[in-house]
Each structure stands twice: as structure tokens, then as C-alpha cells.
Design a protein around this ligand. Structure first.
Ligand SMILES: *[C@@H]1O[C@H](CO)[C@@H](O)[C@H](O)[C@H]1NC(C)=O
Ligand SMILES: [Zn+2]
Length: 303
């Protein structure tokens, strides 16, 4: 009897889950844009949110921060195809294979799950993180989860669950040929819900040389889309990825939101830092060690 009345009651209630899934960007409708997310997803209104503006002058230099170690980034890590899809908010590539990161301030190995992009319009920038107030044309997020959790869904419930690498793009006169594998596939996933298979490639092809990734900013923040869980160790690289304007425009020309509006300006505005420290690695840390090593060697050999 009691459980029956509960059952009946639940049928009489409005459908909060259906409503809750209707979040969007301001370019779609102000009424479901980022400032409204916290109504349905309260965590979006907490105080460790992402993205942020990185004020380089205020970043704390941490000489003990080692470079990120990229595992399985240098080869085609699987025979199984990846899956590219339009999820209504971005284009995302679900990864297979043994791809992971370690090092930095990471407490464990983090397995690569997917990557996706945030961009603007043909005339406006669209990165999520900004550096000293500058917004870049586009930003790639390479999402990893702590391997001690079985799935991304489990990981995202924990403060040490997720690590995201953020890469900023800069306009270049030359084509970035390596991006074409991805750009050519955009037309296959024009509309939300469309998926297609993508032949795996070495992820190193679409990021800068590791040598240039020794300098990075890191801080603790959140997913930049609802439910905005505060489970992310953010690692943002200032070394930009070059991309030609025509290549960049393919993102806003080929992809569409639900309402067949061009998919544009799919970034969340920067959030308050609220006193969180932002650390910067020392790009010269290895040079420094090498210098000391050679001094020691010189002393030893002179004895
Ligand atoms: C892509 O999605 C649209 C809208 O749902 C659908 O009409 C179309 O058939 C899909 N195309 C492919 C290739 O799946
Ligand atoms: Zn993202």
C-alpha cells in the first residue's frame, strides 16, 4: 500500500530528468545558457568551477612539477575504431586503446577516455580558458580518468577522479595537415546524435611536440558542462596548436545544434577563481638539472 502510493506519487510529479537535460549555450538560447545551469545542476554554482582566466603573473612557480608523461600517444594504440559523434554540444571522439598520462601533479595514472573541442564563430574566438584575458580561437580537451576508478562515471564523483589536458589553438597561415583526419570527419556527424567510426591515429599528431609541453598551468576545477562536477585536475598548456582559418571555420560550418542552428560559441564563460592556487611548471627545469649535472661531472673529471 505504502509503496503503491509512492509509485502513484512519482507518476504525478513533473519529469525533472527530462527538463534537467535541456542545458545549452547562449548562442542557442539565453533561457538555457550557462548562467541558468545551476538551477538544474546546483554544482555548477559552487566555487571551484571551470574554466578560468589564467593570470600568468599570479601563477605560483612550482619547480617540483615534472613534465606530463604521455603513454600510448606515439602510436596507433588499438585496432578497434574510435567513435566520433555530435552530442548536441560539441564533436567528441571516444578513444579505445592503452592511452594514458602520468607525471605532473597527478597522483596516479589517468586513462584517456575522449577528446572534444570548444570554439567560437568565423569571427569570434571560442576557447574556454583564457590567458591574461585573451580568448583563443578554439580549445581541445583531452579527458582522462584516474585508473583506480573503473569508469569515467565513477571517477567523476571523486576529487581525484579526472584529469583534463587543455590545448589552445592559434590561427596560422599554413594548414595544420594533421588536423585533417578529424576535420574531414566533421561532415559525417553534422547533427546531434550522429555517430561515425574514425580510424585511430597517434594522438601526438594533433598536439604540440612534448618538448614544448613542459610548461603548463594546473589547478583544481570542474567539468565545464553540466553537471559541472568538481573532480578535475586541469592541465592547460600555453603552447598553442596552429590551425588555418579555413580549417577552423569547418567546425562552425559543418556542425549543428539540436535546432539546426550552426554549432558556434560552445564555450562556458570563465568562472571565479575564489582563491584557488594556479601553479605553473618550470619549462627550464631539465635544463637547470643538466647544467648542475655538467658542473658535477666537470668537478669529478678534474679530480
Ligand atoms: C544525422 O542526424 C539527423 C538528425 O537526427 C538524421 O536525420 C540523419 O539521418 C543522421 N545522419 C546519419 C548519417 O546518421
Ligand atoms: Zn570541454
Amino acid at each position: 500500500m505504502h509503496s503503491l502510493s509512492l509509485l502513484l506519487l512519482s507518476f504525478c510529479l513533473p519529469l525533472p530528468t527530462l527538463e534537467a537535460s535541456r542545458w545549452c549555450y547562449d548562442s542557442q538560447a539565453i533561457s538555457c545558457g550557462p548562467i541558468t545551469w545551476k538551477n538544474d545542476y546546483p554544482v555548477c554554482g559552487l566555487n571551484k568551477q571551470s574554466p578560468i582566466n589564467i593570470v600568468t603573473k599570479k601563477a605560483k612557480l612550482d619547480r617540483s612539477l615534472p613534465p606530463i608523461i604521455f603513454k600510448g600517444y606515439d602510436r596507433v594504440a588499438t585496432e578497434q575504431n574510435w567513435q566520433i559523434s555530435n552530442n548536441g554540444h560539441t564533436v567528441t571522439v571516444k578513444l579505445n586503446g592503452d592511452i594514458a598520462i602520468e607525471g605532473g601533479n597527478l597522483p596516479n595514472t589517468y586513462k584517456a577516455v575522449q577528446f572534444h573541442y570548444h570554439w567560437g564563430t568565423v569571427s569570434n574566438p571560442g576557447s574556454e580558458h583564457t590567458i591574461d584575458g585573451e580568448q583563443y580561437p578554439m580549445e581541445m580537451h583531452l579527458v582522462h580518468h584516474n585508473e583506480k576508478y573503473d569508469s569515467f562515471e565513477d571517477a567523476v564523483k571523486n576529487a581525484d577522479g579526472v584529469a583534463v589536458l587543455g590545448f589552445l589553438f592559434e590561427e596560422s597561415t599554413k594548414n595544420n595537415e594533421e588536423m585533417n583526419v578529424l576535420i574531414d570527419a566533421l561532415q559525417l556527424v553534422s547533427n546531434p546524435g550522429n555517430t561515425s567510426s574514425l580510424k585511430p591515429f597517434a594522438l601526438n599528431r594533433i598536439i604540440p611536440d612534448h618538448e614544448k609541453l613542459k610548461k603548463y598551468y594546473c589547478y583544481h576545477g570542474s567539468l565545464t558542462t553540466p553537471a559541472c562536477q568538481e573532480s578535475v585536475i586541469w592541465i592547460v598548456f600555453p603552447e598553442p596548436i596552429p590551425i588555418n582559418k579555413a580549417q577552423l571555420d569547418e567546425f562552425s560550418n559543418r556542425l549543428f545544434f539540436d535546432d539546426s542552428q550552426p554549432m558556434t560559441l560552445n564555450f562556458r564563460p570563465v568562472q571565479k577563481l575564489n582563491g584557488r592556487p594556479v601553479y605553473v611548471s618550470d619549462s627550464a627545469v631539465r635544463l637547470f638539472n643538466v647544467a648542475w649535472l655538467s658542473v658535477i661531472l666537470a668537478v669529478l673529471t678534474s679530480m
